[in-house]
Ligand binder design. Sequence first.
Ligand code: NAP
Length: 536
Amino acid sequence: MKQPAPTHAVDMLIVGAGFAGLYMLHKARGMGLDALVLEAAPGVGGTWYHNRYPGARVDIQSMEYSFSFDEALQQQWRWSERYAPQPELLRYANHVADRFGLRDGIRLSTRMAGAHFDEPSQRWTVQAESGESWSARFLVMASGPLSSPNLPDFAGLKDFAGPVYHTANWPHEPVDFSARRVAVIGTGSSAVQAIPIIARQASELTVFQRTAAYAAPAHNGPLDREFEARIKADYAGYRARNRRMHGGFGSLLPPNPVSALAASADEREAAFEQRWKIGGFAILGAFNDLLLNEQSNALVAEFVRGKIRAIVKHPDTAQLLSPTHTIGCKRLCVDSGYYDTFNRPNVRLVDINQAPIERITSKGLRTSGGEFEFDALVLATGFDAMTGTMMRLDLRGRDGLRIQEKWHAGPLNYLGLGIAGFPNLFNIAGPGSTSAFTNVIVAIEHHVDWIADCIAYLDAHGLHTIEASEQAEAAWAEHVNAAARRTVFLSCNSWYLGANIEGKPRMFMPLAEGFPRYADHCAQVAHDGYVGFVLQ
Ligand code: NAP
């Protein structure tokens, strides 16, 4: 298809104005590049713009889930809670946009439709759905690993007479569930946060569960100001220590360096209990092999099931809420009163694993076990993760190679950053990188800095393009796979594997080797003149 001539030319086109896009724009401008961000939403903030369902908040502590690139920013910004709520995270994104004067480089309400690599000019022609187009030397996908909501194809969905909400696409106007009968489908992280709050508003809440979720308590509360002061006294040092942690966070509470199998039953119980009291992901570091060894994993899984049985009064409900898969294999949820919500008289749990949903009706839904009526439906059904957003684009590399063809069996790339056949295209925090296994802001800052260094290298050496080699991609796919095989992550149907989306190729997408090893690897590749990439 012949493309109309692009209307504007820039050095770098960035897709998405979430944290990745904001920092990439700031960094690019600092290098003297003319950069532009296209953002589909009418505001900045990415994930935190869209995921504004009741109870939405981050599951990494605020003092860690924030930018480190600017000392004045990290000193001056003040979080109100241990785990920041969505409105505060959105204010933070807006603050960053204003503070660094980024707004005039961001085109809001402009959804990218596709991009084609133009061989003669060695540039990308990027089209927006509005019909506008840009020519760009570099194309940076800052579109996020969890940005395409998964809307399952439930028969009859359009017949439902009441409102239907998706947690990842929540309305901006307040939603009032008081005196309403509400249904939630899904019990992942989003549902686990939303359910306790919806249950307090709604007259009745019915939760449709396909797979029970493990959740550890957040113990959220106001941020301890003494703790804040202590961190800020050496924020840079704290950030540096966190970057040497497996997930890019948690240096104040390193994993216990012993195997769960080497501890006595009493020692294990004490370690699990201590970490449960701390909350969040801490429990998965109670021993060093909980995510590596299924036997060790079974011990902590049983500890959490014991907690569920202790919290949930009705034994049948407790049983149904008790997951049977390995813990951590799907991302551990971090909750505030999730299990206890099922003790409320207005809340009921329905097993749609044994009795699947047959269809949505005008008044509710029907499963193979019965009919359910409600006034409003909340889909907490997650995302077409990691690849969904790029696979929906008309993205074509050299010789018209389409991304759908390139990734038909799963995402292929090198270091998660570059794709063979797609020169000068960089992907931030996507498949093949530690991505969602890391405090994602650490992952973002690392990728943006690497991309900036790479561009500086190209310019210093009079080079025009960089792209992954096919050999490096094949070896990297094996590397990502091998890292997953050393863990328990292949043992369940998670979005990491693409298993939540019907027909999606089953391939483990994030890199499970830990952020420090991955960052060292990326640094070595850069140090060695970008080996594994083709530079021209
Ligand atoms: P999710 O973890 O993928 O959970 C989706 C839920 O919907 C699962 O319970 C899933 O069941 C169910 N589901 C999906 N399709 C279904 C269908 N056709 N029929 C019935 N049930 C269906 O999605 P999420 O809760 O939005 O979270 C996704 C990720 O976003 C998290 O893992 C996390 O990384 C991030 N997140 C983080 C936070 C936070 O705490 N900061 C909050 C929200 C999200 P199955 O398990 O059986 O597939």
